[in-house]
Design a protein around this ligand. Structure first.
Ligand code: SPM
Length: 301
């Protein structure tokens, strides 16, 4: 773990090592360990609160984690008519499952996390994310998510891949065979949503990912959110539907502000759902959604 210098934590870009993120002043190191799969670190900082770092890359901070967890969960869930059965790959900190079990139509969530140590650390040190591990809707498995997907065909309405970056243990979750396996694992009408990096630093990578998915799924779109503690402060998700033409920017289920409040949503609203898919022209060029709505926009391609 070499990201500490004189009381500051600095993340060096994982995909693009020519960049550095902001540095965070560390008040206290709360926990560090080497699990079977990765280095795990939790520290406390004044500005970002408690922070979880895996293999030197920030995964979530208390200040901004909800913008990621709410969006990766509700973009696909509210784009699906009846998201009853959900699979989460990764997500060991518990933030995504915390959001998924809130959805009134979700009956069952299976979560496959390869590293049990991350779940233990979250339960001990990150209580703001780990509460839903007790949810009766959840079945938690400690196994390789990719293997699980290969062995479960036509089973899920929504599959969310909440992975770390595409280097190290998560690399295979950004490759074509994985997306084909996800396709097979979905029921008809099923939707996937995967962590898909930053358009500021990783555009060529997003372009590749997007075009791989276009060759597999019927609808593919990139939705964006803000996470100030990630390099560039922006990250996105690839959202794909197995076999239907979907305008992802127009959610089927729209939450009123009252509903958002009652679910304790702090970032996601139906309006922000729509705006997540309104991309700047330089990004549209590489990943425009295949849907008639976009034909009315200037053609930037
Ligand atoms: N449940 C939250 C886990 C977060 N998983 C995604 C982490 C991505 C971290 N790196 C972002 C850098 C973008 N290039």
């Amino acid at each position: 773990m070499n990201s500490f210098k004189e009381g500051w934590f600095t993340e060096t870009g994982v995909l693009n090592s020519n960049t550095t993120n902001l540095s965070i002043r560390v008040d206290q190191i709360i926990h560090k360990q080497k699990s079977k799969f990765q280095d795990i670190l939790v520290f406390q900082s004044e500005l970002f609160g408690r922070c979880l770092v895996l293999d030197d890359a920030i995964q979530c901070t208390e200040k901004d984690e909800f913008s990621y967890q709410e969006m990766i969960a509700f973009l696909p869930l509210n784009s699906h008519q009846k998201p009853q059965k959900v699979l989460i790959i990764g997500g060991g900190d518990g933030g995504v499952v915390r959001e998924a079990v809130k959805h009134p139509l979700v009956e069952e969530v299976i979560m496959c996390e390869i590293d049990e140590a991350v779940v233990d650390v979250s339960k001990r040190f990150l209580p703001f994310m780990s509460g839903a591990f007790e949810s009766p809707k959840l079945k938690l498995l400690f196994e390789d998510g990719y293997e699980y997907v290969k062995n479960h065909k036509n089973e899920f309405d929504v599959i969310i891949t909440d992975s770390s970056d595409p280097k190290g243990p998560a690399e295979c979750l950004f490759q074509e065979p994985y997306y084909r396996a996800l396709f097979e694992s979905l029921r008809s009408g099923g939707i996937i949503c995967c962590q898909a990096e930053s358009y500021w630093f990783d555009l060529p990578f997003i372009k590749q990912l997007h075009s791989k998915c276009k060759g597999i799924f019927q609808s593919v779109a990139y939705g964006s959110t803000c996470v100030p503690s990630y390099p560039s402060g922006q990250i996105g998700f690839l959202v794909c539907c197995k076999d239907k033409a979907i305008d992802f920017s127009d959610p089927i289920h729209k939450f009123s502000l009252k509903e958002c409040n009652s679910m304790n949503l702090r970032y996601y609203t139906s309006e922000l759902h729509t705006y997540a898919f309104r991309l700047p022209p330089f990004v549209q060029k590489v990943c425009i959604q295949c849907f008639p709505f976009h034909k009315t926009l200037t053609n930037y391609t």
